[in-house]
Design a protein around this ligand. Structure first.
Ligand SMILES: Cc1ncc(COP(=O)(O)O)c(C=O)c1O
Length: 375
């Protein structure tokens, strides 16, 4: 072991990331491969099993002629299309290479070392990674029954809190908070704290008590709502995310945003996808058909299915040897079905399973029945 002096010298002898960076656990993406299976079914990343709109494919291909040109830094065509569709002011929209980048830029815009963000204990991993990269503290409120609790979140707020993140519906739990709860959460925040509502899966929830937050953000000076083209539009590969922010915040973000962060083919495909309401309706109908089916089948096997408003379900497994979540994940992978272990979210006894095509869902239920029966 080197002594302290030589350790110090070693430190000075090479470039070191700023404090805290090497304590961050990198984002764990959904696995895409299963041992010995040429083409496994990926139910681990909440992608759209129906693919993407044909119109988006065509628009993407048409952009091929301009590969040598930088994209429009104002993302005008998609900005205008979103503004029209959701009746939002175009200048309040912000864009990123996926909503992941929007979160990263938000963190950079607001957080100084020693500040903090507040999220639920099962909050989406990207929030915490970006905050820690800014040397901010991550405060996580307990989520009884896998749902954000308004009072527990507000209890964690102090004068160094800059951002509060909630996801509607949440990943990995699939639960959501009602409009009334969000209004109460916002009302309990000092005006200096920004409430970020991540609505990546909002299109999969049609419950009348649900809101993606846009209606609340319109008149508020401290609410940002983010959306993505990766889920209902099936454009995860293209990386287009957007946010609706108060005008001064949109202005601040635009000063530090990488100027060409949404590519030209992605812009064109996104506009086409947004216009294809038939594809969106089909994607929603598919989830609405198979989400309750899967919940019922897996619940019938004695598994603990968390009620989901998204395009996936969170499923709790027994802790007895031979029946655990980790063993089920391996068992399914050997049969060509890749699901998501969520131990990194503090949920070692759960798996998160994306709603797949009919054949995938049926295969999943059958394999899990066999697994639990010890076959
Ligand atoms: C809750 C949540 N927010 C945001 C995202 C990121 O979406 P994007 O593909 O736009 O970066 C995901 C992706 O899985 C997600 O689960």
């Amino acid at each position: 072991m080197p002594d302290d002096v030589s350790l110090d010298r070693a430190r000075a002898d090479r470039p070191l990331p700023k404090p805290g960076i090497l304590d961050i656990h990198a984002y764990v993406p959904g696995k895409a491969q299963a041992p010995g299976i040429a083409e496994p079914v990926k139910l681990s990343a909440n992608e759209n099993p129906l693919g993407a709109s044909e119109r988006a494919h065509e628009a993407y291909a048409s952009a091929e002629k301009s590969l040598h040109l930088y994209p429009d830094p104002r993302t005008t065509i998609v900005r205008n299309a979103i503004a029209e569709r959701y009746r939002l002011e175009p200048e309040r929209l912000i864009f990123g290479c996926g909503s992941d980048e929007v979160f990263a830029i938000l963190n950079q815009t607001f957080l100084e070392p020693g500040d903090n963000i507040v999220q639920g204990e099962f909050g989406f991993a990207a929030f915490a990674i970006g905050a820690r990269a800014c040397q901010a503290e991550v405060r996580s409120a307990a989520e009884p029954h896998y749902r954000i609790d308004v009072d527990l979140m507000l209890e964690l707020v102090d004068e160094r809190t800059k951002l509060m993140f909630v996801t509607q519906p949440a990943n990995p739990s699939g639960t959501y908070n009602t409009r009334e709860e969000l209004v109460r959460l916002h009302a309990g925040l000092p005006p200096s704290v920004v409430l970020v509502i991540d609505a990546a899966y909002a299109e999969f929830c049609t419950d009348p008590t649900f809101t993606d937050g846009l209606e609340l953000a319109r008149g508020a000076g401290n609410i940002i709502v983010t959306h993505t083209f990766s889920k209902i539009h099936g454009l995860a590969a293209l990386r287009v995310g957007w946010g609706y922010a108060p005008a001064p915040i949109a202005d601040a973000i635009d000063r530090i945003r990488p100027p060409f962060n949404v590519s030209n083919p992605a812009l064109h495909a996104a506009v086409a996808a947004l216009g294809d309401t038939t594809f969106q309706a089909r994607s929603l109908a598919h989830v609405e058909q198979w989400r309750p089916w899967l919940a019922q089948q897996l619940g019938g096997l004695g598994l603990d299915v968390v009620p989901s408003a998204a395009n996936f379900v969170l499923v709790g497994f027994p802790t007895s040897p031979g029946k655990t979540a980790a063993e089920a994940e391996t068992y399914l992978a050997h049969r060509g079905l890749i699901v998501r272990g969520v131990a990194n979210y503090g949920l070692p006894h759960h798996l998160r399973i994306t709603i797949g095509l009919e054949a995938h869902n049926r295969a999943l239920a059958e394999h899990l029945a066999a697994f639990l029966a010890g076959r």
